[in-house]
Design a protein around this ligand. Structure first.
Ligand code: ATP
Ligand code: MG
Length: 465
């Protein structure tokens, strides 16, 4: 089933509520009005009967009553639906006024001394099936003669009136309902306009104008939170886009340098004939440059893969001390060339991806080797901390100024771009370290003391997520 629009839903609810209340009020009003009319008629009927009984009591004898029957009939003349019949004790009709030929054979006759009240009224049906209300009450003349006074009223005209009233009410109710639907629809549409405005604003935003923000200045307060949330989302998207953009620019820039170097050295070599040793040296340096470019591409690819949600860690338990020793041995040659010592200490068992662990520590160690002065030592140790295993890589040197510390882990960030010899550094190593720690649910921190000691710490949680 197609889902209804918010306007349609609200209009439906509004219509349902108004129609139900209209109908309820209508039915109650109709009931009250019809009851009131019937009550009024019945009271009139009882009053007429009482009046007639009193009048009859003023007549001396039957002939007197028959002679003055106009005085009796006049009391019911006011309404064409009324009927009056007076009969003697032997059943003969003395007075008869019944223009509508209503049935008047009420089964009970009320005793002459009984007070007449509306509850004594009885019902009969005429030939058309309409109700006739009335009563037969005994009366006494002055000479003690008993007579029966029958008063009645047909309800046909009242039933007709109420049927008209009912039809009228239904017509008005339908018209009211139609007006309510239309008015409700228009008002709800108007009320939802800020939502459409917001959607319109959002529709104009694309990758080219992510700086645009939605405005909720004229919107009701309910929409302010939504607008703020959407704007926050836009800020995050903008930040993400600009990061990707910066990354692309930096990548292009950093690929240009080695390729420029390659081209330059080759061009220079070709300016004049060279010996085969010179060509060999050139090809050797070309291969080195190619290695550098492919290392960089490999690093960029690794970072992209590490960010994808499908990246799966190959976790295993290993001894960190042994692993650090292996990594230290691997860097032994470079350390010897740099005349720097690598000191490894500590033991701990860790559940982590061993290849990524090697890569993270290797990146820290290769940085440390670059910045440690000759005849100094790099300390690599593992310690157990509450809830984490931490690996510290510490080296003496010039240190890193505090303003750079939190940016070190950004891609392509190098403290001194001009000095940092871009032939060997791309500024990707630490961002890879951070990605690896993120994948393990851990973190990496950097500290640099005024003495010049720089310390990087890897925190691997002991209970991985
Ligand atoms: N131990 C250290 N001592 C002083 N500065 C450091 C140290 N480690 C890193 N840095 C600074 O942090 C910057 C970023 O390091 P990172 O490893 O991300 O990049 P890189 O070493 O320059 O290049 P890449 O690792 O991609 O070859 C370095 O350029 C350097 O300026
Ligand atoms: Mg590095």
């Amino acid at each position: 089933m197609r889902t209804l629009s918010l306007t349609a839903r609200l209009t439906l609810i509004f219509t349902l509520v108004t129609t139900t209340s209209f109908a309820l009020v209508g039915v109650l009003l109709f009931k009250a009005a019809s009851q009131r009319i019937i009550e009024q008629d019945e009271t009139n009927l009882v009053l007429s009967a009482r009046h007639l009984r009193r009048l009859a009591g003023e007549f001396a004898a039957l002939p007197d009553l028959v002679a003055h029957q106009d005085r009796l009939v006049i009391s019911v003349l006011g309404d064409a639906s009324n009927a009056l019949r007076i009969t003697g004790s032997d059943g003969q009709t003395l007075v008869d006024h019944n223009p509508l030929h209503l049935p008047l054979a009420f089964p009970d006759t009320i005793a002459p001394d009984q007070r007449l009240v509306p509850t004594m009224l009885e019902s009969l049906r005429d030939t058309h099936g309409d109700t006739v209300r009335g009563m037969a009450a005994a009366g006494k003349l002055q000479d003690g003669t008993l007579i029966t006074i029958i008063v009645a009223r047909s309800l046909a005209d009242r039933q007709l009136l109420l049927r008209h009233y009912q039809r009228d009410m239904v017509r008005r109710l339908l018209a009211g309902m139609a007006a309510a639907i239309l008015l409700g629809y228009l008002l709800i549409r108007q009320a939802l306009r800020p939502l459409r405005t917001l959607a319109g604003q959002a529709a104009t935003i694309s990758a080219h104008n992510l700086g645009t923000r939605l405005s909720a200045s004229n919107a009701p307060p309910e929409l302010h939170a939504l607008t703020a949330t959407l704007n926050d989302m836009l800020s995050r998207l903008e930040e993400g886009f600009s990061r990707v953009w910066r990354f692309t620019v930096d990548l292009a820039h950093d690929l240009r340098t080695p390729i420029g170097n390659l081209r330059g050295t080759n061009e220079v070599a070709l300016t004049r004939p060279r010996t085969s040793e010179e060509y060999q040296a050139l090809l050797g340096s070309n291969i080195e440059e190619c290695d550098r470019v492919s290392r960089m591409i490999e690093n960029v690819l690794f970072l992209a893969r590490a960010e994808s949600p499908q990246f799966a860690l190959q976790r295993s338990v290993f001894d960190v001390g042994d692993e650090l020793q292996l990594i230290g041995d691997y860097f032994e040659g470079i350390a010897a060339d740099a005349e720097v010592d690598i000191r490894v200490a500590g033991h701990a068992r860790l559940l982590a991806d061993r290849d990524l662990f090697r890569r993270a520590v290797g990146n820290l160690l290769s940085n440390a080797l670059r910045y440690t002065p000759r005849h100094h030592a790099i300390d690599v140790r593992v310690e157990e901390a509450p809830g984490a295993i931490r690996i510290l890589v510490e080296n003496p040197g010039d240190g890193i100024a505090p303003e750079h510390l939190d940016k070190l882990f950004d891609r392509f960030y190098r403290v001194d771009r001009a000095r940092g010899d871009s032939a060997h550094s791309a500024g990707l190593g630490l961002s890879i370290v951070r990605s690896i720690l993120d994948l393990h649910g851990g973190r990496v921190t950097a500290e640099s003391e005024p003495s010049g000691t720089t310390r990087f710490t890897l925190w691997f949680p002991t209970a991985p997520p």
